[in-house]
Design a protein around this ligand. Sequence first.
Ligand code: 26Q
Length: 888
Amino acid sequence: MAVFENRSGAYFLYVSSGSAENRHLQAAMASFGSGSDQSSNKRWDRDMESSVPAKRLKQLLTSQPTEELFTPAPLGMAADDLVADIRRYYGNFLGRDRYCRAAHYPYQALVMAVRDRLMARWRRTNNAYDEHDSRQAYYLSLEFLMGRTLNNALMNLGLEDAAGAALRRLGLDIEEMIDTEHDAGLGNGGLGRLAACFLDSCATLQLPVTGYGIRYEFGMFRQEIDECHQVEEPDHWLRDGNPWELERPERTRRVHFYGRTEYHHDANGRARARWVDTHDVLAVPFDMAIPGYHNDTVNLLRLWKAAATDEFDLGEFNSGAYPESVASKNAAENITMVLYPNDASENGKELRLRQQYFLASASLQDALHRWTAVHGPDFSDFASKNCFQLNDTHPSCAVPELMRLLMDVYDLEWDQAWDITRRTMAYTNHTLLPEALEKWPTRLFGRLLPRLLDIVYEINHRFLTEVATRWPHDHDRLARMSLIEEGAEPHLRMAYLAIVGSFSVNGVAELHSRLLHQGLFRDFYELWPEKFNNKTNGVTPRRWLVSANPGLTGLIDRTIGDGWAVKLDRLRQLADFAGDANFRDEWRAIKRANKERLAAMVLEDCAVTLDPDSLFDVQVKRIHEYKRQLLNLLHVIHLYARLKDGDDWGLAPRSVLIGGKAAPGYFMAKRIITLACKVADRINGDDRVAERLRMAFLPNYRVSAMEVIAPGTDLSEQISTAGKEASGTGNMKFMMNGAVTIGTLDGANIEILEEVGADNFFLFGLTAAQVDSTRHHYDPNAIIAGDPDLARVMALLESGHFNHGEPGLFDPIVHAIRSPSDPWLVAADFRAFVTAQERAARAFAEPQRWTAMSIINTARSGRFSTDRTIGDYNADIWKLTPVDPRGA
Ligand code: 26Q
């Protein structure tokens, strides 16, 4: 064994394989690890540190516990066992008594009892991966939108009934416990929730996948609506502590910023670089257990928190600059303070780049440490044993950072480091909007990460040489494909960096992947067609059907037996019952109960009463112009105008629900929220209209709200301008719960339509190709003038009908709709949308027909399980072997 100090004072510890010293240590440490076969590649120093200050490293080495310490007695899974543990935690650990009325403490005691039952499984899973010397994948993401954990953990451990009984015995209600938990809102929307669903499927499929993310002190803001305006409140989700997390200070990593590169020759005369005069920040891991469904697998989500280094403070303490030392501590800790609440990139914010590099560097150091702990500095098999999946370009600093670590710290040559990088990195793109592609000013990037910029320039130089060889004299192409966008302020194109540095590039739905290689990444597709592939998104059926919709789950179990939650294609069998009158009645009764539950939530949060017999027409997602909440509102205003005119022919009583957060700096999105609230006030305040039409804007849309919304929805609004929504995943959650989609040919809607057929989907609107060709001759004013319904809607909007006392409030909206350069073509799709809505209303008026459509939607949702998605990632990209910790 050797302990090495790298150039910036971090310590690395490894065993050089095969040496006498190594054998000696393996023997000495045999009782430290899992206690089984010594000859296997065991990670004997798993819990020792490689890059913490020497003082702490020594502390960790002073004593060697025996196996006894690691094998607590197995814990019982019955209600009695839980009762005993909850009592003990409540009274002894938390120190509460009968006079404590706060619901929080029983919740905490319950969580600790559940967590205990995850621990042994977690350890066993880890040991099983070690013993199989498994190839590993790492999912790097700036966002993991986990939502609540308690109910999910109970379900996956099979503890729901026992926990319910235990709490009843203690005079407590399990539902109340579940509802006191704060959502972990560490994400903006689709991309972050996808990462969370992926972790669930990886654990359920028993794949060795570790998530790496950031432990934001403040997650996605809490949205309040004050006089029809969005107000953002900080989400201090950790205020009462987070009983699910396990801090692992002994696994702390050190991340560099600023400074400069120094070049020198090593003892062998080879040219080397080192990054010096850096300002360092510590990355402290907080681990979260990710249990698989009923399979004893528990995977790891490791979230990094930033902390100041001790010596950094010390220097300033000694010079008497106390306030400065505290300020520098704050600057370090700021890195993980808050999630950026934009779902499209906000360019040029230095703190955001710091977050991105912080995640990439800490995670790669962690993965490399795991490797060297077993293999020492021999990286020859590293690429065949490891894979890093980049969730969009956000963690794409990982490409130059892996190069840096391999070359500057582990002494590899460029070619070997590049070969490893390119064989381990894979990149997923989540957007087609050119304005959402990440670009960083090279000046900023170079100041913050000087050594990384050197490496990026070298990657670019070698890459452009390759392009020039393939297409000699094609200077336009070189400029187009360069990682650096030239100009007054040159920028680094992160998507290109990710493409050049990885072996796989995927989109998230078939249309999206096709548009990527035909458009945005066309040049790269020409160069490396074999890199490009599609992985259509999914959602986990455990959270989004089993847990969110227990009523429907019970009916499905009774009808086709259990086991379908991990083989979702089996739901197809439900189609046989779509014509069965009894089955339909049961299906309808369950939907009705779910609508009551949703109506209760809307009443509580919006003070609007919805009739559960009306058509529940729902659009919940981030507020963005391309998602066209405006088109939805134009339709609502159209219905309102008809009812005001006494025209209710063919109208089904309808309740429209809209929810979603606007990025705090996105003016139009905020104005759309205001319009939604004002329209809702008008409709609900007009007794004659409100008999047939109700509307609510639901504040603070989040994961736990969707768990109530999706099961209670009849009609799912997926109405983005075709070619703009990469995939969508809300569409899948609704479908799984038996909602029928009204939607455009966009993202995964197309694949949903393929599955259910045109009879079970309300399709409308321009195609992506038509959208592109319409742009050149788009005349919204002519469309408005030629459509009396749309003209009437616009007249209402323009007359100030929805903004009494606030003249001009909706001028920006009117202007956007009337603009010939409206990129979202709202007016172009209005008529088709209204017609599709009329078809939906007619279908809803026939309950038998509607129920059959609903059943078919659930029955055909198997393709949209993340088990299928992850199966595809694994077959084509990760190539991992499942490992059953039970030894099967
Ligand atoms: C980037 C840089 C700086 C600040 C913020 C960002 C940023 C953050 C989040 C950029 C984009 C996002 C999120 C994007 C997102 O959620 N995209 C959605 O991903 C889903 C999962 O693939 C798709 O289903 C949706 O279609 C897509 O919009």
